[in-house]
Design a protein around this ligand. Structure first.
Ligand SMILES: Cc1ncc(C[n+]2csc(CCOP(=O)(O)OP(=O)(O)O)c2C)c(N)n1
Ligand SMILES: [Mg+2]
Length: 533
């Protein structure tokens, strides 16, 4: 057995089944060990996509996602995906393969200092060296899985990968729980809650890490408390719930802010300020923060109490306390939802983003998974889409990188092959990652890829217009009225020009065994009012 075999056996023992990446000669020993050792190598079109796919694999399965790349440019490409696992807090093992140990540090082709590159965007960047493989891997898994979770980088010189080893497999660490908050802290939090008449719970990205997300629903139902979510927390409670207010700080954010101003206490549940800082929307309303870590604020937020530590313990405790006596009326929430939904769907003269998004939602079953990308469409989708369950709404908000959507959909299909899955991309994002269609085709299975073809980098174009700047450098100049190509890399393309055809095309594409690109030519004019209201 060589060190590469030992690495693969350890990662497999930890539950890893796929590794995403692009090889070079230096990667071959590890890749061949993967073939022998039962971790499927998934060849992507770009290492950035390999990173995104590994990130989503990590968040969907709870087992660190694996990505690998060659040195230098492979490593810098991979960095974009690793950043997503860092800011959006997904467990990940990222391996760069390198020159031989005695060549490191010299002026040689493709060589750069990987540890310097990855240190700012990982929880740790560790060298793999002969004799120290098992311990380093155990450390890496433990660090990646410790809250807040994140990526660990490992650098593997080729001679180390090939060297024979007598090391035994390490003991595989499991995700360590944070300490449960002290009862006195929970008592203080409950006392503060009991003073409130109109509290609102805001569920944030870190709540995704709860072992039992049903505790969130138990909490809001126990106290009949309305709840809103941030983008990445959508689906932790079914948004069809009568207490649901929807997503904050995306399209029509002012409508949501208006409602939040009626609150006399905000309860952040697993709120991670990387999505949006409290001070952006909270005003003078006092805050009870229940998080993995202390609240990060500008110092002006009225922090009433905070509870930090294991979220299941904290929220489970507050969900079993005596029900609060609140002044809310249930109709207030239904009225608000109606108002929010109307604002998100202004009258239009041409096929519009909000109509396209509703059409895709109607075609995707409730247990389906939506992966999407970054742009004006993200804001609209986040506010408009009704998410019904955990891991059904895949987006990066902390890292907010274009190029996430398609590799996310690929990883979701591998993690949950039996759940219907749809991907929505802006046309700019599609241009950035369309090579990954070839990967989706190679892996097989149904995957409708809906491209919202509005002809613009709309989010940036809207910002130019809002700042009274010239509209410059944001036009994708897609040819009007031109039929799309018959296929991209063998993936068939259909064009749709209205909501009904889009809905039918997605339904059809969910019933075949290969991806289909559905090009929806839309008029993004309403973004000007919905995305920046
Ligand atoms: C890697 C990266 N580069 C640039 C940006 C800035 N950015 C955010 S959205 C966007 C435009 C996306 O265009 P498109 O995919 O067409 O979506 P639309 O805004 O039109 O819905 C850009 C350039 C980013 N978030 N990530
Ligand atoms: Mg666009």
């Amino acid at each position: 057995m060589n060190n590469a075999d030992l690495i693969v056996a350890t990662l497999r023992q930890a539950g890893i089944r796929h590794g995403f990446g692009i090889p070079s000669g230096n990667v071959l020993p590890l890749m061949d060990a993967m073939r022998r050792g039962g971790i499927d190598f998934v060849l992507t079109a770009h290492e950035g996509s390999a990173g995104f796919a590994a990130e989503v694999s990590g968040r969907m399965t709870g087992v660190p996602g694996l990505c690998l790349a060659t040195l230098g440019p492979g490593a810098t490409n991979l960095a974009t995906g690793i950043g997503s696992a860092f800011l959006d807090r997904s467990p990940m093992i990222a391996i760069t393969c390198n020159l031989n140990t005695d060549q490191l540090g010299r002026r040689l082709q493709m060589y750069i200092d990987h540890h310097a590159l990855f240190r700012p965007i990982t929880k740790a960047s560790l060298p793999l060296r002969t004799g120290n493989i098992a311990k380093t891997l155990a450390d890496a898994l433990r660090i990646a899985l410790a809250e807040p979770q994140g990526p660990v980088h490992l650098d593997l010189p080729e001679d180390v990968a090939l060297a024979e080893t007598r090391e035994a497999l390490p003991e595989i660490p499991s995700a360590a729980r944070l300490v449960a908050p002290e009862t006195s802290v929970l008592d203080a939090a409950y006392r503060r809650l009991a003073q409130a008449k109109r509290p609102v719970a805001i569920i944030g990205a870190d709540a995704r890490r709860m072992r039992d997300p049903a505790l969130l629903r138990r909490f809001v139902e126990r106290h009949n408390m309305p709840f809103a979510v941030t983008t990445m927390a959508k689906g932790l409670i079914d948004e069809d719930h009568p207490l649901s207010l929807g997503c904050i700080e995306r399209a029509c954010r002012q409508v949501q802010r208006q409602f939040l101003r009626r609150a006399d206490l905000i309860i952040g549940l697993g709120y991670d300020t990387v999505e949006v800082e409290y001070e952006a929307w909270i005003g003078d309303v006092p805050l009870l923060h229940v998080g993995l870590e202390p609240a990060d604020t500008d110092g002006k937020v009225a922090l009433a109490e905070q509870v930090t530590g294991d979220l299941d313990s904290a929220i489970g405790d507050l969900a079993s306390r005596p029900p609060l006596e609140l002044a809310w009326q249930l109709e207030e929430f239904a009225d608000h939802r109606a108002c929010f939904n109307a604002a998100l769907r202004p009258p239009v003269n041409a096929f519009a983003p909000h109509q396209a998004i509703d059409a895709v939602r109607a075609a995707l079953p409730a247990d389906g998974i939506l992966s999407f990308d970054v742009g004006a469409h993200t804001h609209q989708i986040a506010s408009q889409w009704i998410a019904h369950g955990p891991h059904s709404f895949l987006i990066t908000n902390g890292w907010s990188s274009m190029g996430f959507g398609l590799p996310a959909a690929i990883a979701a299909k591998l993690a949950a092959p039996d759940r219907p899955s749809v991907c929505i991309l802006g046309d700019g994002c599609f241009q950035m990652t369309c090579g990954e269609l070839a990967v989706a085709r190679r892996l097989g299975g149904a995957l409708p890829v809906v491209v919202l073809d509005d002809g613009w980098l709309s989010l940036i174009q809207v910002k130019q217009a809002r700042r009274n700047l010239a509209i410059y450098g944001t036009d994708l100049a897609s040819p009007e009225d031109e039929a799309p190509p018959a296929h991209y890399f063998g993936v068939p393309v259909v064009a749709v020009r209205d909501a009904q055809s889009l809905r039918e095309a997605v339904t059809r594409a969910l019933g075949v065994d290969h991806p289909v690109v559905i090009e929806a030519r839309i008029d993004g004019s309403h973004y000007m009012t919905t995305v920046y209201d």
